[in-house]
Write a protein that binds this ligand. Sequence first.
Ligand code: MV4
Length: 448
Amino acid sequence: MFRKILIANRGEIALRIICACKELGIPTVAVYSQADQNALHVRFADEAVCIGPPPSSESYLNIPAVISAAEVTNTDAIHPGYGFLAESAYFAEVCEACGIAFIGPSPEVIRMMGDKDEARKAMQEAGVPIVPGTGKLKSPFSSAASLAAEIGYPVIVKAAAGGGGKGMRIVRAPEELADSLEIAQNEALSAFGSGDVYIEKYLPVARHIEFQLLADHQGNVVHLGERECSIQRRYQKLIEESPSPYMTSELRNTIGQLAVRAARSVNYTNAGTMEFVVDDQGHYYFMEMNTRIQVEHPVTEMVTGIDLIKEQIRLAAREGLGYSQKDISFRGNALECRINAECPETFYPSPGKLNTFHPPVGIGVRVDSAAYNEYVITPHYDSMIAKIITWGKNRKESIDRMKRALDMTVVEGVRTTIPLHQRILNDEDFQAGRISTRFLERWFPNSK
Ligand code: MV4
């Protein structure tokens, strides 16, 4: 096992990783920017190293600074959390070259999955259904019009280096294609440094369902069921849950086993998520694979009882899984609401000081947060204040708990997404489990 773990992140996920390390008896090192001097991850880690000024490009994304902090503290492993360096194959390689374990999959598999076109090819080879589409297209896109016509409209243009909805454009008719390709290419070039784009058939009423996987270095892979993440706005997830109200245990076994086989076929290790879109007929298609721990991992922890961060650490230390698929069972339902410092109507960030922060408590309620009274949400980082997670013996109990938990949450000083969550939880369609990626369109017709 590791002697000491450095956490290359901030906020609630840094605290979450400290929790796992404390329970495992492993000392921790926090890194922080000048904006985070008073942050809880700094307080609760055993050591802390300032790695630069507030902008993340000069601190949390500064690889030499992070590696130096690991060297001076004699750290033998780094947990990257999510965001920042979590999906940088280059960073994982640098860790390896410095003799520091990267708590995540191999650089090779991070790189493969980071290229959505490569990922699609690998999954197709493993027998996983993918949406009809093209390979990477080259400017001036002379072949695009005929390829898109062959696929059939609507189509969606995606950036190969994208993910999570970045660099995507839905194209409803042939005359919009050329402009969409151009815009997507430019967006991708400035956001990811690569302008590679490709075209897929667009599935209009789709659900976003993702499977959690765990894999050791001996080729053992299990799935921990799915998370339903269809309630999004501008590709920002608002509410996640497990299990999905659409899933049958039969479909879970089918997709789960397929995902397990596919992960094994690319020598996947550590924790990962395979994301699918599922249409109204129950057809499912691979979308992308996330090679990190995800924001919404707690809902899976709540229904399986498995601590995903501890598992990541154990697996990175090359311990075997120690259990198989038949040992994993699912109990009840869990929901997660992301509470952001945002205007609930416009979704504009609302940074500022939390004059009062009182998180909800009580049976079946979990709060993952790094906020406290007088905590300041700075515009330098993302605007999440807390994740409220509820567990119930069934979906109704979990929803009822979430409603009362939100009623008993006090956030003063900034605007939050709590009113929007309350509106969703009180919605008849949501309560009946009738959700899709278009759920919020009715209320926000101008967004995608
Ligand atoms: C799609 C899709 C439908 N058809 N691709 C969005 C995030 C990224 N991981 C993949 N995403 C999607 N890709 C095809 N071919 C639907 C989504 C999607 C979505 C689209 C519009 C509005 C909300 C959405 C929520 C989840 C997934």
